[in-house]
Design a protein around this ligand. Structure first.
Ligand code: TXA
Ligand code: MG
Length: 347
């Protein structure tokens, strides 16, 4: 067990000493959890052979799953990745921000960090605390989401403390994450790209920069038996809630009627919308994702809602609306579809 130091750092301004201390820990090869605008990340020095091993030990899973390296400015990718005109075009529009770009690797990145791949994932986070920390560390920071294996990505420090207290040197509490879903991942090939993970930078936004963007099949559907995914992360068993989650596909009013019918069962909970809460009988386990038409709030609250539901052992079944696939909806759709192990019911 490590003695984990928990620091509240809402902004880098006025907290220069704490940031400098965290940066020194990272340079020494220790692990520091930090907030980003997407989810919290568990950071280690990406130029250190042992970083990936230490990170995966803390997360509680042996893994060859490659890590994203976090940099303070887009041009800081130069020593580690083979950049391109398209990379800089994407950077100009979306960095710093919730976008990860996969590029050919340079030898300066240990294979332990890239999971043995000849490519490397690069991301420049917009969160001011993350950005200041990476700049102060002076090295790129390898950082997967700061959850224990089998849990959703953490969107606030309480989730991180639940999962990693005693397993890392420091947790920086920067409050709630702005987006709540992990970054968009695009793999570049010349001026074309493949969307590996949808996020707050939408497919349409990427299409405005790249000549063509394909959506990797695993984003929308289940991988066939034996099929090799483009992103190694796709092959790992994903987070599944304790209760069996089913997504309801149909007209919103009919879905609500169906939910109200199911609410007669005492072991059933609902990921619903704010407007629907009052329709359920008192005492129904409800986890509202936000207003019906606000995909941003729904995305931000999804992982916290799933953690809350997991905290209620009496809930054996969960129902949620199937989100739309357009815009930010695609990211929400992708995460909730995986949590539901692709269980969709047409209503
Ligand atoms: O928003 C985020 O991206 C957060 C914050 C902390 O920055 N990080 C994050 O990391 O979500 P992680 O490790 O939980 O997810 C990274 C995903 C994995 O599914 C991994 O397989 C994929 O990125 N990945 C990383 N490097 C890759 C590569 N070279 N080729 C293909 N996929 C890669
Ligand atoms: Mg993760």
């Amino acid at each position: 067990m490590l003695q984990t130091e928990i620091l509240r750092v809402p902004s880098p301004i006025g907290h220069e000493a704490e940031i400098a201390r965290a940066a020194a820990l990272l340079r020494r090869g220790e692990l520091v959890v930090f907030p980003t605008e997407t989810v919290y990340g568990i950071g280690g020095n990406a130029t250190d052979e042992n970083a990936a091993r230490a990170i995966y030990a803390a997360k509680g899973r042996p893994s060859d799953n490659p890590l994203i390296i976090h940099i303070a400015r887009p041009e800081d990718a130069e020593p580690y990745a083979v950049t391109s005109e398209t990379y800089y075009a994407l950077a100009k529009t979306f960095m710093p921000g919730p976008l990860t770009v996969i590029l050919p690797r340079k030898d300066t990145v240990p294979l332990s960090v890239t999971g043995g791949l000849e490519t490397v994932a690069v991301r420049c986070p917009a969160h001011p605390v993350a950005n200041a920390l990476i700049a102060a560390a002076g090295v790129p920071i390898a950082a997967p989401s700061a959850n224990r294996s089998g849990k959703p990505s953490p969107t606030c420090a309480a989730h991180v403390i639940e999962d990693l207290d005693g397993r890392v040197s420091m947790i920086i509490d920067g409050g709630e994450c702005e987006f709540g879903l992990e970054s968009t991942i695009i793999k570049l090939d010349g001026d074309e790209g493949t969307l590996l993970r949808p996020g707050a930078v939408t497919y349409d936004a990427l299409c405005r920069i790249c000549r063509r963007v394909q959506i990797a099949p695993a984003v929308l559907s289940m991988l066939a038996e034996g099929e090799r995914p483009i992103s190694p992360g796709m092959k790992y068993r994903h987070y599944a809630p304790n209760a069996a989650l089913t997504l309801l596909d149909g007209d919103a009013d009919r879905v609500l009627d169906y939910m109200l019918e199911q609410a007669k069962q005492p072991d059933t909970g609902f990921l619903c919308y704010d407007e629907e809460c009052a329709h359920f009988p008192a005492g129904t386990p409800l986890f509202s994702l936000g207003p019906r038409n606000d995909l941003r709030v729904q995305s931000k609250r999804l992982f916290a809602a799933l953690r809350l539901a997991d905290g209620c052992p009496a809930i054996r079944k969960l129902y949620a609306h199937l989100p739309p696939k357009e815009g930010l909806g695609l990211a929400l759709y992708n995460r909730i579809l995986r949590a539901a192990a692709h269980q969709i019911r047409k209503i």
